[in-house]
Design a protein around this ligand. Structure first.
Ligand code: ACO
Length: 427
């Protein structure tokens, strides 16, 4: 049977080169150019990898035009509405949803692994009191590699799953400790009686010895609606195919470094405001705008080609119609409005920005829609979570995706060290 190919002609020499098309099970096919340099003596040029598939994967599928996102073939809407974050973790790691018994075992396993080694706890003292939790988190995750320097045998499924469960379980504890260190208040140990998400909220908010007490801001002990909202946020962040931080995780994995170091590199990459740091920047920007009366002026600033100011929480490299995660969160935000105090000045400013941007020619013609970070910023603020914890919360959700991608990379016998080439333009 004739193969599907693309033929390229070099106009300088008239020479032609033929490359095979590899079909995807969904979404765009790829042109297999692995022999391109050997054939032609040229590199391909694609800064930012806008047209380059660096791997094949069975984990997550995105159709940016249709606004579709699936984990292991299951639509994100179904996972967010009918399943918990832990079920989603099991799905990503095992390619199928768990049975009731499997979920109970998995949940117990994750609860039991949440405690930190005593030696690791000392690390927090080395950081200044007001250290950003992302800095402490990435350092602490790197140091995990020194406490657990095993689990690298990719032939042994139990071994690498144990490594994955441990990191999924410990990251919320590290994030909560990093936050409490930032505030200068005592750590709260994980509680085996609490679910994954409620345990995290408790470790962040509770007083030692009295987790049901009121908090200094008058906020009552954790409400179920808050647990549900945060669990949904974790699910929506669980994976997002070859985004910037996942690409970093795979790149570090390709050198043979320890998986926890690869995850720490992903954390560092996520921190930037063009990526996961955008959720913190959304709220910082809303606070900076300060009043609905100033919104129009900031929209004009965002549109000005001579001003590098951007509206945080708008635009996406892949979604060019809408971000399906943002759609779910917008609905959740509307539901929460009934139960939590969402009618603040910040919310009014956010609604005004959303309204103007969605009807403005500049944003429409560039396909700039609110992304997931626009709504997570708003919802997490409503949950009384300080903005320095927004990106650590993204980390908690995304850890399962990073580690699943790490495992996939390691099991792929065709994988190679990540080593792109360059167009040299210097002396
Ligand atoms: N505000 C104003 N203008 C914007 C914005 C924005 N948020 N985003 C893109 N544009 C404009 C650019 O100026 C450019 O305009 P031009 O064609 O007139 O030069 C055009 O839209 C295309 O922008 P690019 O930067 O080429 O788009 P790219 O796909 O490379 O970037 C990105 C995507 C980084 C997300 C960008 O939209 C952005 O910076 N958004 C704000 C930060 C943000 O919300 N990041 C979170 C992304 S979601 C996530 O990581 C979980």
């Amino acid at each position: 049977m004739k193969k599907n190919t693309v033929t390229l002609t070099d106009n300088r020499t008239g020479e032609t080169y033929e490359y095979n098309i590899i079909n995807a099970s969904r979404g765009p096919s790829v042109l297999d150019i692995r022999t391109f340099f050997a054939d032609t003596g040229m590199f391909t040029y694609d800064p930012g990898f806008t047209a380059t598939a660096a791997c094949d994967s069975t984990i997550t599928f995105i159709d940016g035009t249709k606004g579709e996102l699936r984990y292991r073939g299951i639509p994100i809407e179904e996972l967010a509405n009918k399943h918990s974050y832990l079920e989603t973790c099991f799905l990503l790691l095992n390619s199928r949803l768990p049975s009731k018994e499997e979920l109970t075992d998995f949940d117990l396993e994750i609860r039991h692994r949440a405690y930190l080694h005593r030696g690791l706890r000392k690390l927090f003292d080395a950081f200044p009191d007001n250290a950003h939790p992302m800095a402490t988190l990435s350092a602490a995750v790197t140091s995990l590699a020194s406490f657990y320097n095993e689990h690298l045998d990719m032939e042994d499924e139990n071994e690498y799953l144990e490594m994955a469960h441990r990191i999924i379980s410990k990251i919320p504890t590290i994030a909560a400790f990093a936050y409490r260190h930032f505030l200068g208040i005592p750590f709260i140990e994980p509680d085996l009686d609490l679910s994954f998400t409620k345990n995290f909220l408790t470790m962040m908010r509770a007083y030692p010895g009295g987790k049901m007490h009121l908090l200094p801001n008058g906020h009552a002990a954790i409400k179920e609606v808050e647990v549900r909202a945060l669990d949904t946020i974790f699910t929506l962040h669980a994976d997002h195919e070859q985004n910037a931080s996942t690409t970093v995780v795979r790149g570090v994995a390709s050198t043979g470094a320890h998986p926890y170091v690869a995850i720490a590199s992903g954390i560092a990459a996520l921190w930037g405001r063009a990526h996961g740091g955008a959720n913190e920047s959304v709220i910082a920007q809303l606070e900076h705008i300060g009043s609905v009366d100033n919104v129009e002026a900031f929209i004009e600033k965002a549109k000005d080609p001579n001003d590098d100011f951007r509206l945080m929480g708008f635009g996406h490299r892949v979604y060019k119609n809408f971000d399906p995660r943002a759609k779910i969160l917008k609905k959740l935000q509307d539901e929460l409005r009934e139960e939590l105090n969402l009618d603040t000045e910040l919310m009014t400013i956010a609604r005004k920005i959303e309204e103007i941007a969605l009807s403005d020619e500049y944003f429409i013609s560039r396909n700039l829609y609110p992304n997931i970070d626009f709504y997570t910023g708003i919802i997490l603020t409503a949950l009384q979570i300080p903005k320095s914890m927004f990106t650590p919360i993204f980390v908690i959700g995304r850890t399962v995706g990073w580690i699943t991608q790490w495992i996939e990379f390691k099991k792929d016998e065709t994988s190679k060290i990540a080593r792109p080439r360059q167009l040299y333009t210097g002396e």
